[in-house]
Design a protein around this ligand. Structure first.
Ligand SMILES: [Mg+2]
Ligand SMILES: [Zn+2]
Length: 188
């Protein structure tokens, strides 16, 4: 069986770069071990990689949307020096209790809602059965389940206090392990 149109959706903070709460300086951007090699391998296989990230620091007035975009450009600049690239970035700047009124909303894109994942899947013509979501929080796995895609959760990452009842996902040690396991399923 060959899987068609595989797509990798991935959380940002704590999954592919070091988790720095409300990261607000480019000097804090550091890729986690094995991540660049894994992205390069996905690029080689022409499998799209899309970041889907909550950035409520925007709504909290801690940094601007332009800083979020600048961070993503910087990430791709760092990756480019290693022959790798992320294909697209999707972020949610909202928060129901936002300090800045223009971001104060109950949106459909803030994970655990699946809006960012569904937008990314639409952009790449992804199929549910051939798409994975890799993250480090339970809300990433809830979003994966709501989007109808397989979730891989990195252990030892962020913790949050949501119940895991009824959630199905695969535990991995790193983004690169998730990618390896996904690639193993593509052609059997
Ligand atoms: Mg995270
Ligand atoms: Zn949102």
């Amino acid at each position: 069986m060959t899987v068609e149109n595989p797509v990798v959706l991935v959380d940002r903070d704590g999954t592919i770069i070091e988790d720095v709460p409300y990261l607000s300086g480019l000097s804090d951007v550091r890729f986690l071990p094995g991540v660049i090699d894994a992205i390069r391998e996905l690029n080689r296989r022409k499998i799209p990689v899309a970041v889907v990230t909550n950035q409520s620091g925007v709504a909290r007035g801690l940094f601007s949307e332009s800083f979020v975009r600048e961070t993503h450009e910087y990430m791709n600049k760092m990756l480019g020096q290693e022959g790798a690239a992320i294909d697209a970035f999707f972020y949610c700047p909202h928060l129901p209790e936002a300090i800045l009124p223009e971001y104060r909303t109950v949106c459909l894109c803030r994970k655990p809602e699946p809006g960012l994942l569904l937008d990314a899947m639409k952009q790449f013509g992804a199929r549910h059965e051939s798409t994975i979501m890799v993250g480090d929080m339970v809300r990433d796995m809830i979003a994966a389940q709501k989007a109808g895609v397989k979730g891989f959760m990195i252990q030892g990452g962020n913790k949050d206090n949501r119940s895991e009842a009824g959630l199905t996902y695969i535990r991995v040690a790193s983004f690169s392990e998730a990618v390896d396991r996904f690639l193993d399923t593509l052609s059997i």
